[in-house]
Write a protein that binds this ligand. Sequence first.
Ligand code: HEC
Length: 180
Amino acid sequence: MKKLLLVAAMTALAACSQEGDSNQALADANSSGNEATAAVENAIKQSNATPLQKEQALALMKERHDNYERIGKAMRQAKQGLDTNNLQAVREAAATIDELAPKAESWFPAGTGPDVGKTEARAEIWQQPREFAAGMAEFRRAAAQFNQVAAGSDVNAIKAAHANLGKTCKSCHDRFRLED
Ligand code: HEC
């Protein structure tokens, strides 16, 4: 029994002296001044910034969705223009898609995936970045070609370029977009 008490007392002492040490360390850190304080302030700022980063991510995801809606609308306008022989409408639509296509890859920064918020973007986009980038490259090429051909008046060539562009949408969606 005596032995046990002794051990307890020693443990308490040891704990006490450890506390003393860490208090001393804190005092040292404080007296070493601005550097340590700045580091702590930065850490606090960063942890406060986290919710804002999430808001930014959600804003980016909304913008991405809106941009794709514009692309979808332009594709429908192009189809309608082809069906009604309204080449002016087709050209407008082709120019809109060609303007947006080169930007599309930048709409997928890390941290804007399905783990962050509601989106149809699949996690595979960030797991297979090379394949996704290849899909984007095909899309850009097809969009540029459609825009170029639409400037002319060869309706069959315009239809073919439109269909070719549509294939690049579908192949990426099949692989990287969730079904509705
Ligand atoms: C390289 C991949 C890729 C290509 C190419 C691509 N898309 Fe998409 N698209 C996506 C992804 C991923 C989403 C989901 C985005 C999200 O929900 O954040 C999407 C979303 C959309 C949406 C929104 C759907 C909805 O209901 O929310 C439309 C419309 C759309 N795309 C149309 C098109 C059209 C039209 C083309 C071709 C002219 C095209 N996309 C080409 C990957 C692609």
